[in-house]
Design a protein around this ligand. Structure first.
Ligand SMILES: Cc1cc2nc3c(=O)[nH]c(=O)nc-3n(C[C@H](O)[C@H](O)[C@H](O)COP(=O)(O)OP(=O)(O)OC[C@H]3O[C@@H](n4cnc5c(N)ncnc54)[C@H](O)[C@@H]3O)c2cc1C
Length: 383
């Protein structure tokens, strides 16, 4: 019998395997795909966050690093400069396999888990092929359509966001400029946004929204990308849900813990989920190492859930009143930088909201001065 079976080798499962292996526990990872496998994902993350969570460098799998980020809304565009290490991009196939390579664990690929049953002293895991395994604990890190979550009587309520990712060729000369400055496009779809992210030799473009109509994501994405000369017909299209934070009912029992998308931990405003998967993988490992799985749900609430609840409120405001939020939040570089800082896990939504309102008087004063100067000169000043 193993100490821990981890179902799924995405960032949640691979990080949990890494921390548990480091602590000397016997770990078995069951992954239904052969690695490296494709995962529909923009792959946007903070290298600073990676440096916080892993003692090894992830540089070998970083495809591009942003110097700034561009936001487009209703024909306007604003560029926010970034510090080095704020935002980078990975291909998930390489990234996930890279994290797992560092884990001291027995990894089984091509084994899909079909059923998980918790007993008093262990958990039994059965695969689709009929093999069974036993462990003292199971971590369900099997993503948005988690099988492990079904073993929990009161699992997390989901608020799924639908998303599409296309790996598209970059128009000639466009990749270099984009690799410096990825693009977030607001206002083209209700309760969602589109993006253009750089990779080494192509672009990852996509769109996500809360409860879009049938075929709406595809229909919206085509004209948006046509504006940028991006040919989507030559790329591979992938649809996938993003289970954003909901009202948490149950994330763990005595012996089963859910992490990452299986626990519906993606960010409610952006759908960002790699950081939350790594963080919850780490928290799940810590709870098991201490032999107290009950503390896991408390730790998730304290370190992710409370912030996400504020984020859910902010997301509601942002997507219903995008115009003022764009003008007063996104265009305010101090607030925008705080938003990017969240990716590095240094501040939470309370900090972001404080930064938005705290910097508003200064931003409005600067904007007024800019407009007065612009009127005096009789022309439009660049932002
Ligand atoms: C289109 C799109 C774009 C996104 N862009 C970003 C972004 O730019 N930045 C960001 O931070 N987040 C982004 N996300 C969110 C991010 O991809 C997820 O939050 C993240 O992948 C969650 O990691 P995970 O380890 O929990 O699950 P996953 O990455 O989904 O990994 C789950 C693993 O479990 C395996 N598995 C599933 N079922 C079984 C089974 N029955 N038995 C065994 N193995 C199984 C799967 O094969 C998979 O390898 C995006 C999501 C989408 C859909």
């Amino acid at each position: 019998m193993e100490d821990v079976i981890i179902v799924g080798a995405g960032p949640a499962g691979a990080s949990a395997a890494f921390y548990l292996g480091q602590a000397g526990l016997r770990v078995r990872v069951l992954e239904k795909e052969k690695l490296p496998r494709y995962k529909a994902c923009g792959g946007g993350l903070s290298p600073r966050m990676l440096a916080r969570y892993f003692p090894f460098t992830c540089d070998p799998v970083i495809e591009a690093r942003a110097q700034s980020v561009r936001y487009g809304y209703a024909g306007d565009e604003v560029t926010v400069p970034l510090h080095d290490g704020d935002l980078a991009f990975v291909m998930r196939s390489r990234f996930d396999a890279f994290i797992l390579e560092h884990a001291r664990a027995e990894v089984h690929q091509g084994l899909a888990v079909r059923q998980v049953v918790e007993k008093a002293d262990r958990v039994e895991v059965t695969t689709a092929g009929g093999q069974s395994f036993e462990a003292r604990y199971v971590i369900g890190a099997d993503g948005a359509n988690s099988i492990v979550a079904r073993a929990l009587p009161r699992r997390a309520r989901r608020r799924p966001v639908a998303a599409i990712e296309v790996e598209a060729p970059a128009p000639p000369g466009y990749l270099a400029s984009l690799s410096q400055s990825p693009l977030f496009l607001l206002g083209d779809i209700q309760y969602g946004y589109a993006w253009v992210f750089p990779k080494v030799d192509h672009l990852s473009v996509g769109i996500a929204a809360w409860r879009p109509g049938p075929g709406e994501l595809q229909a919206r994405l085509r004209p948006i990308m046509a504006r940028y000369g991006i040919d989507l017909e030559q790329g591979a299209w992938h649809g996938h849900p993003i289970p954003i934070h909901g009202t948490t009912r149950q994330l763990a029992t005595r012996r089963i813990l859910l992490a990452g998308d299986a626990a519906s931990l993606a960010d409610p405003l952006t759908g960002e989920g790699i950081r939350l998967a790594i963080k919850s993988g780490w928290l799940a490992a810590q709870a098991i190492i201490r032999g107290d799985s009950r503390q896991y749900a408390r730790a998730i609430r304290a370190q992710i859930g409370n912030s996400h609840s504020l984020g859910l409120g902010l997301a509601g405001l942002f997507y219903t009143a995008t115009s003022p939020c764009y003008a007063l939040g996104v265009c305010n570089p101090l607030a925008s930088r705080a938003f990017i800082e969240m990716l590095s896990d240094r501040i939470h939504y309370a900090g972001l909201i404080a930064r938005i309102f705290g910097t508003l008087p200064l931003y409005l004063a600067e904007e007024s001065a800019r407009m007065i100067a612009q009127r005096a000169r009789g022309r439009k000043a660049p932002r």
